[in-house]
Design a protein around this ligand. Structure first.
Ligand code: ADP
Length: 464
């Protein structure tokens, strides 16, 4: 089949989160199944890529990933010639509707210019949600587009692309589509909602999240729209690209190690402690956090629990950036406990990887988590996740049971401070039982969430 991938971020060009990882690896897994793929993504000023060729007259650059997957990067100074991807320190850019509507239209124009037939357009998150709407409405009369089917994947239902209705003119679509079965959402434009209605198939990134978002509590106002889809919402667990995430070959891991011999992990721990200004103590369990600093990632419960956690002989490292408020709160905590809390409050690939490698535990107490890659990455770096049982975390992490010698992490069921602290203390106890902890690390290393199985599930959806 000929499949077009559309995503606002793709590894290795641009990344702010897991969406980019998926958009860079899933096409390669599908290519291995014999499909023809191309990827089309915005050409941001900050995009990284080595092989650039100008395509035709417009600002389109071409690169390649996998065996033969062409990546087209759509440029436009006005839309993408700025430092941020979605916004800056003042929040989201106010012209995001224009920026991503430009991207969707240009993408479809490019496909037509390329003149090669397309079977399926696979759209990811709200930035691409206009595509199914355009295909099913404006472009139905065009023989090139008429038979193209669309799949829409929700990577995070909380980000829907909601804008004031006055901006509707920027969509270039029939005003009739602004109604309850289209864009209208509490008298505003909701781009993802329209995409969910007009896409031929809707999927999301884990089976558990697929169930959760069809209930009011996690549906972000769109649970009814999702429940109304006749063929439902398919939950397909994201995979991990084990070529990119491997402590033996990761160039950013100072002291390489593997599942067979992880003695070097202790050296990475010492180096991480030094890098964030913590005492180099091999005997103290080190708990890492890597992620966006926001409510979703469980920062509130973490910060609330800190005083209680600090009664233990432990160290914590936080790597990430996000809400100003969380930066300030974490900085205050680190000042209060300088021997126990280390910070690197930036988005940085090097410190992220050093934290996966150098920590003993990985904290991911997310309020909700569509799939989550952090817990999968930490497992393959032999670092034990502590998670809230939600979304993809529930699908990938099973609770440690010292009596049966099972489980690959620590799991709390209710999103409460008490639940988290209880779970955290279990982890501290487990760390002090050397034989059990070694067996737990071995089980973590043995976990594999490859793309092979998930790619077959996507293939089935495309065939439908
Ligand atoms: P998200 O909700 O942000 O997409 P995921 O767990 O699905 O969360 O994916 C996060 C991805 O972003 C992982 O590859 C993780 O390593 C990376 N990441 C998160 N925070 C940082 C950071 N501060 N620096 C570098 N990479 C980060």
């Amino acid at each position: 089949m000929r499949i077009v991938f559309c995503s606002s971020e793709v590894v290795p060009f641009t990344k702010t989160g897991g969406l980019a990882d998926v958009a860079g690896s899933l096409p390669q897994a599908l290519e291995k199944l014999g499909h023809e793929l191309i990827i089309i993504t915005p050409y941001y000023k900050t995009a990284k890529f080595s092989e650039v060729k100008k395509y035709s007259l417009n600002e389109v650059a071409v690169s390649k990933i996998g065996k033969n997957i062409k990546v087209y990067l759509l440029g436009n100074e006005k839309c993408f010639g700025r430092d941020g991807i979605y916004g800056d320190k003042n929040g989201d850019y106010s012209d995001n509707l224009q920026r991503f509507s430009f991207y969707c239209y240009e993408l479809l124009k490019l496909l037509k210019r390329l003149e090669s037939p397309v079977d399926v357009i696979h759209c990811h998150d709200w930035h691409t949600a206009l595509i199914p709407v355009i295909l099913k409405n404006e472009y139905q009369k065009d023989p090139f587009f008429r038979n193209i089917k669309s799949v829409f994947t929700i990577h995070n239902l909380a980000y829907q692309g909601v804008f004031p209705k006055e901006q509707y003119v920027h969509l270039g679509l029939d005003p009739e589509l602004f109604h309850i079965d289209g864009f209208e959402f509490y008298d505003q434009i909701n781009v993802m909602k329209a995409g969910l209605i007009f896409a031929d198939r809707v999927t999301t990134v884990s089976p558990q999240y697929a169930m959760e978002i069809q209930h009011r509590e996690f549906g972000c106002g769109l649970d009814g729209v999702l429940r109304n889809r006749p063929e439902g919402v398919a939950g397909i667990l994201n995979g991990l690209d084990y070529d990119l995430w491997n402590p033996q070959t990761d160039p950013l891991v100072e002291f390489p190690y593997s599942a067979k011999d992880w003695s070097n992990k202790a050296k990475n721990k010492a180096s991480l402690q030094k890098a964030v200004g913590l005492p180099q103590r091999p005997d103290v369990p080190l708990f890492g956090f890597v992620g966006r600093l926001c409510h979703q990632k469980g920062l509130d419960i973490l910060i609330e629990s800190l005083d209680e956690l600090m009664e233990h002989n432990i160290q914590l490292v936080f790597v990430g950036s996000g809400g100003e408020r969380y930066h300030r709160l974490l900085e205050a905590c680190a000042q209060k406990y300088p021997e126990k809390i280390g910070l690197f409050l930036k988005f940085g690939e090097e410190m992220a990887r050093r934290t996966y490698a150098g920590s003993d535990f990985f904290m991911m107490p997310s309020v909700y988590e569509p799939c989550g890659l952090g817990q999968m990455i930490s497992l393959c770096y032999g670092t034990i996740p502590i998670v809230h049982r939600t979304g993809g975390l529930a699908d990938t992490i099973t609770a440690y049971d010292p009596f049966r010698s099972t489980g690959n992490g620590f799991v709390f069921f209710q999103y409460t401070k008490e639940g988290f602290v209880f779970c955290f203390e279990q982890a501290v106890r487990a760390y002090n039982d050397k034989a059990q902890f070694k067996a737990l690390i071995e089980r973590a290393f043995a976990c594999r969430f490859t793309w092979d199985k998930s790619a077959l599930e996507y293939e089935k959806i495309y065939k439908e």
